[in-house]
Design a protein around this ligand. Structure first.
Ligand code: MN
Length: 499
């Protein structure tokens, strides 16, 4: 059996796609989850892209050990310098240097020539290798590049010090049979030279990212770029869960394995959904809500006789087993801690667990049974409250169809200063948000508001996600409570705290 290395780009390619941006605390939290999943490489960001990205790459490199941490770099020395500065503290740093190799990109985007690209690759890859012990070279738009030229570029990168050669299907253009041929062609062309690893980076524009990734693995690729839930530019990247579970479920076919701890796949998927507020579609392979749901009589009948009739993956294998443990108001702190560990929240501080336990008791008072989803919602609120400068002290909302909607509110700053606000509104939430703006003298504007019930039942917790614009910035917030007004207020304050 041959090992396929997993290069996770959730925090880079995934994070740079619309709606998936994460702040430092969120990225760090996701990086810890990726570390627990046991991926081989975490691409933590694109350090030269912004100060925010630089800070995230640096923090992850400094804190997350026992795994390679990578930063993307354009094929210019200054990008390598910035990325290397961010990665210095990593146990296993990796500079991922990329340049486009297709004639279309070279002429239209780079305004350059093939000869110039070859020279640049030789110069910058050598420079990167003089800084960092491990350098990956990525050929952007490799699948629409002239094959002989692509091979020449990869040979140049290899002889300049790159140890990993990556071919990117940047626009999701290639077909499975073609990528198999391409990988075979490149491996033949590169044989006899220095040692290297070949990796692929596939996009999903035609829904083939996972299929192409697997075809490349079958043809001998050593490493694959993936993201949790398949997030990424446009239609996304190859999904980690699909790639890993296909290799595992059909090891008879692929003869390959990965080191991923598959039992954390569902917790990782849920964590990303929590952090970004973007759900996966119900019919998504492996992690969709319906991926293990059976309703039709024939299927249910078959499942009752033998699970294997309609399921090829054991749900427990991906961490889907629903808890049989009933959590309620009699469950102690220890029970909560154990449940948190099972759900994959292993890196919470003692203070965070203390606060969670207080909130847990409130929910348990209001509801008889506290589900895993309730606990996850509380953790999410706790994690996002990280930098909480403003907190809700008290409020009164008046609402009805025979009076005007009003809100009185008192917000407390972390230094103890109180701020009182009062406002009317079209409805109770409008009144509450106007009252917060009045109290804090801001002119924040609500761009998006979403409420959902965490579980079923009229006593369910309400989870509110908001996006607000303030000082020309867009920030998101999240709040959860059995009282939807309070969840709404918490979400708005959380967004203000995140600005
Ligand atoms: Mn990409």
């Amino acid at each position: 059996m041959r090992k396929i290395e997993i290069f996770d780009s959730t925090l880079r390619d995934g994070e740079q796609s619309p709606g998936f941006s994460m702040n430092l605390a969120e990225k760090l939290s996701m990086a810890r989850m990726l570390r627990s999943l046991n991926v081989d490489v975490i691409e933590a960001g694109f350090a030269a892209c912004s100060q925010g990205d630089y800070a995230c790459v640096k923090r992850i490199a400094d804190e997350i050990k026992d795994v390679t941490v990578a930063s993307l770099c354009r094929c210019v020395e200054s990008d390598c310098d910035i990325a290397w500065n961010a990665l210095r503290g990593a146990e296993k740093p990796l500079l991922n240097v990329f340049i486009a190799t297709s004639d279309l990109h070279i002429s239209q985007k780079l305004h350059s020539t093939r000869e110039e690209v070859l020279k640049t690759v030789a110069r910058v890859v050598s420079y990167a290798a003089s800084l960092c012990p491990e350098v990956e070279f990525s050929a952007e738009d490799a699948t629409r590049s002239d094959r002989d030229f692509l091979l020449k570029v990869l040979k140049t990168a290899l002889s300049s010090g790159a140890k990993i050669l990556n071919i990117a299907d940047t626009v999701g253009y290639i077909q499975p049979e073609e990528i198999r041929e391409l990988v075979t062609f490149l491996k033949e062309g590169l044989s006899g030279g220095p040692e290297y690893k070949l990796s692929v980076h596939c996009h999903n524009d035609l829904g083939l990212a996972t299929a192409n990734t697997l075809a490349a693995a079958l043809a001998g690729a050593d490493r694959v770029d993936v993201t949790v839930n398949g997030i990424g530019e446009r239609a996304g990247n190859a999904s980690l869960e699909e790639t890993v579970m296909a290799l595992k479920t059909r090891k008879d076919h692929y003869g390959c394995y990965t080191d991923v701890n598959t039992k954390l796949i569902v917790p990782a998927c849920r964590k990303l959904v929590m952090l970004t507020g973007v759900k996966v579609q119900a019919n998504k392979a492996i992690v969709g809500k319906n991926a293990f749901a059976h309703e039709s009589g024939i299927h249910v009948h078959g499942m009752m006789a033998d699970r294997r009739t309609y399921e090829i993956i054991d749900p427990e294998d991906i961490g889907l087993a629903e808890s049989k443990i009933v959590m309620g108001k009699h469950s102690g702190r220890h029970a909560l801690e154990e449940r948190l560990a099972v759900l994959g929240f292993t890196s919470l501080t003692k203070e965070q667990v203390d606060e969670l336990f207080e909130k847990f008791k409130l929910v348990a008072e209001a509801k008889k049974v506290v589900s895993d989803k309730d606990i996850e919602a509380l953790v999410r609120a706790e994690l996002l409250d990280f930098t909480g400068e403003y907190r809700l002290d008290k409020y009164i909302i008046n609402s009805g169809n025979v009076l005007s909607n009003t809100c009185n509110i008192r917000i407390v700053k972390s230094d103890g200063t109180g701020f009182d606000g009062f406002a009317t509104g079209e409805g109770p939430i409008d009144a509450a948000y106007n009252a917060i703006n009045d109290a804090l003298k801001t002119d924040a504007k609500l761009l998006d508001y979403m409420i959902e019930s965490v579980t079923g039942g009229t006593d369910a917790q309400g989870a509110v996600s908001v996006k607000i614009s303030i000082d020309d910035k867009v920030v998101k917030g999240y709040g959860v409570s059995v009282n939807i007004f309070e969840a709404s207020i918490a979400a708005y304050l959380n967004a203000l705290n995140n600005k």
